[in-house]
Design a binder for this molecule. Sequence first.
Ligand code: 5AD
Ligand code: SF4
Length: 471
Amino acid sequence: MEKTTTIIPQGDVERQLWYCEQVAAVTAQWPERPLAFVDTYGCQQNEADSERIRGYLKKMGFGFTDDEERARIIVINTCAIREHAEQRVLGNVGALVHVKRRHPEQLICLCGCMMQEPHVAEKIRQSYRHVDLVFGPHALWKFPEMIYTLLTQRGRIFSNADEAGSIAEGIPVVRQDKVKAWVSIMYGCNNFCSYCIVPYVRGRERSRRPEDILQEVEELAREGYKDITLLGQNVNSYGKDLEEPMDFADLLERVNAIPGEFLIRFMTSHPKDATHKLFETMARCEKVAPVLHLPFQAGNDRVLKVMNRRHTREQYLEKIRDLKSLIPDIVLTSDIIVGFPGETTEEFEDTLKVLEEVRFDALFTFIFSPRVGTPAANMDDPMPREEKLANFNRLTALQDAISEEKHRAYVGRTVRCLLDGLSDDERYDLTARTPGNRLVRVVGGRSALGQFRDVKITDANKWSLFGELIE
Ligand code: 5AD
Ligand code: SF4
């Protein structure tokens, strides 16, 4: 494979930190410490990107607020995966026109995948004139320079050139959580599934150097993080572009060797690249959580082919059988698209058969949403929306029954869980996660927040488990 990964020279990243200092010198003159509001849509990669934006903002002298009215800078990190996500963003950005009228000095910045779509950026340019800054994922590392320019000169900035993408190390991070952390191990995707916008907006696959990843995880472990997720659009193809190629299973093994009490998760995996070696490594590495998110999207081979998934239903099922034979209590989740152009109801029923055979613990289910620029957006799509919805409802009803049954099987068991948050339901004190990432609502033990503790599971429904902390 061609070695195309470009690492941004350290001096260039340092220059951005210099811009942070310049902005901090400006903000230090303001009567009050300025606040920033960072709003994130979409996947965990976007959450991880927002943590870097917050890292930069903090270095520029900003505090944080959830109140748009009090924010000197508003950053909206957008998602392009489905139309619904885009509509929500556009609605909220539209509403900001009133906020900015009350606070004309406010800077409104839009970033993320939507901004990398040329037709969206053009729409913002023409019709959302209160937006000051637009940048795509490729330009994130230059955020301080762009803010400095906006604060010292007039005008708007659009930085969303189409490129294969690069990697910037050394950007500061402000993490949102004290227990769980995301670590990007690679960016972009080379798969071009025919419905998916990601390869167009996030560029080609490029892997961070293993030493940079290991160093980040070591720091997290030292700081006491208990649940670390390695992130990438397709982590199974990690390392193919490195100077010294290394595969994902080897990386997992090396992360597992880092001292400390923490769980390792990873997402997302592509079935075509999920190997027996990976499953063996998962089984052997004690810190790697017994859970795999392995999207299969559709159960019919003709549909899979038109989706350009490059695996068949039988190949998928064979991998699952292999994995279950190595890790019998593996927790399995998947993504499914209903109503792909041309999928008939009979073909959709093959998806139901996969559910029955695999018996996933949970699913993320979506109705097909055409994305401008992807091949599927131009395919004939004769099925009426009502029929797609009816199929979608059949799918979720079947999965709800399976999830509930799987959850009920936990009742009476004692499971070592990570107590990861305060419960928003007053009947419970804490939320917790099983090693397989099932949600548990727990009575007792508020002081044990952030620790691994034994929880006796007392009840379950299709969404979650309920339990008591064992003192
Ligand atoms: N329409 C519906 N769902 C989609 N996904 C990706 N693109 C689309 C689309 N155009 C789903 C896939 C993917 C998940 C992150 O989002 O299931 O795995
Ligand atoms: Fe999209 Fe397919 Fe890449 Fe996943 S593997 S990000 S679905 S193109």
